[in-house]
Design a protein around this ligand. Structure first.
Ligand code: NAX
Length: 327
């Protein structure tokens, strides 16, 4: 049978890890014909919990799962890895400034980038989930100069899926009728979910909803959905985040459907006025295993303002980590 693909998951003992690992091992990340080998990376205090999850993975008897190894050392965990899912991150603690948060995460994503540079497979693809995801991806990328820059991505697919769900509910249409939705910018409250290019039943979505709903309900609901989940569930999004990570990697490897696109944070080539190198969310398609930014969309004044505000936040984060010597 086929050679297994090695997938490394960091933060494997966390709540997203718990939802994600079973999806990967059952074949949903790469498809039903691709066996997988899992490398779990955790901090030493959480290795035992990761071992417990590995026991449960064994107990699922997934035919595609060809082995699990658990590590507390990044170099070992990323050795030979084809897909790296960087989920573990340092959360913001009380009173922590944004600069402190970025610095603490630099201490995680810098060394992990180095380890990927040193030992990952030539075709490695990296998805950063751990927040602040876009800038953590930038830090990892800067620490991996030998890996093509476009292999480093950050997750806005959860935001994308949240926006699809809100629009589907609002218009009472099936998700299969919605296409070409975009999340622009940062995975943060400044993100811009764009309905001016999205289509429902082949017609522009923005023209099928009230402007008031679009500006004062839809956009904030999508942007603040994470906080609403915490408020309701008493814990942050986990299964939906894992689902989005699966969607992101599946589409990256297998391609996006013809006539549609999705959202992912990828290094900017300068498109749409987003400074080159910034890892920002764009409308993207995937072909032959590579993301491409959808070109030629007309951006009106409203959208321009929203995109610019989120990109400005990303530029500020980049400048902060540059000052800290992390990139
Ligand atoms: P948990 O706190 O449940 O789990 C995090 C795990 O990471 C812990 O087990 C911890 O031991 C581990 N960890 C910490 N430092 C590590 C390191 N250096 N190497 C390996 N493992 C390490 O958090 P969880 O709910 O799973 O969320 C994980 C991350 O995803 C957070 O940063 C969270 O903010 C982020 N999210 C990102 C989303 C996105 O759309 N991009 C949405 C969901 C989520 O909020």
């Amino acid at each position: 049978s086929a050679t297994p693909v090695t997938v490394t998951v960091t933060g494997a003992a966390g709540q997203i890890g718990y939802a994600l690992l079973f999806r990967i091992a059952s074949g949903q990340l790469l498809g039903p014909d691709t066996p997988v080998k899992l490398n779990l990376l955790e901090i030493p205090q959480a290795v035992k919990a990761a071992e417990g999850t590995a026991m449960e993975l064994d107990d699922c008897a997934f035919p595609l799962l060809r082995g699990i190894d658990i590590f507390d050392d990044a170099n070992a965990a990323f050795s030979g890895t084809n897909v790296a899912l960087l989920v573990g991150a340092r959360p913001r603690s009380k009173g922590m400034e944004r600069g402190d948060l970025l610095e603490a995460n630099g201490g995680i994503f810098g060394p992990q980038g180095k380890a990927i540079n040193a030992g990952a497979a030539d075709d490695v693809r990296v998805l950063v989930v751990g927040n602040p995801a876009n800038t953590n991806a930038l830090i990892a990328q800067a620490s991996a100069p030998d890996v093509p820059a476009d292999r480093f991505t950050a997750m806005t697919r959860l935001d994308h899926n949240r926006a699809l769900a809100q629009l589907s509910k609002k218009l009472g249409v099936g998700l299969d009728e919605i296409s070409k939705l975009t999340i622009w910018g940062n995975h943060s409250a400044t993100q811009y979910p764009d309905l001016f290019h999205a289509e429902v039943g082949g017609k522009i979505a923005a023209e099928q909803v009230e402007r008031e709903w679009l500006e004062n309900d839809f956009i904030p609901t999508v942007a603040k959905r994470g906080a609403a989940i915490i408020e309701a569930r008493g814990a942050s999004s986990a299964a939906s985040a894992a689902n989005a990570a699966v969607d992101h990697v599946y589409d990256w490897v297998n391609g996006t459907p013809a006539g549609d696109w999705t959202s992912a944070a990828i290094p900017s080539d300068g498109s749409y006025g987003v400074p080159e190198g910034i890892i920002s969310s764009f409308p993207v398609t995937s072909e032959n295993g590579e993301w491409k930014i959808v070109q030629g969309l007309e951006i009106d004044e409203f959208s321009r303002g929203r995109i610019d505000a989120s990109v400005a936040e990303l530029v500020e984060e980049r400048d902060t980590v540059a000052t800290l010597g992390l990139i």
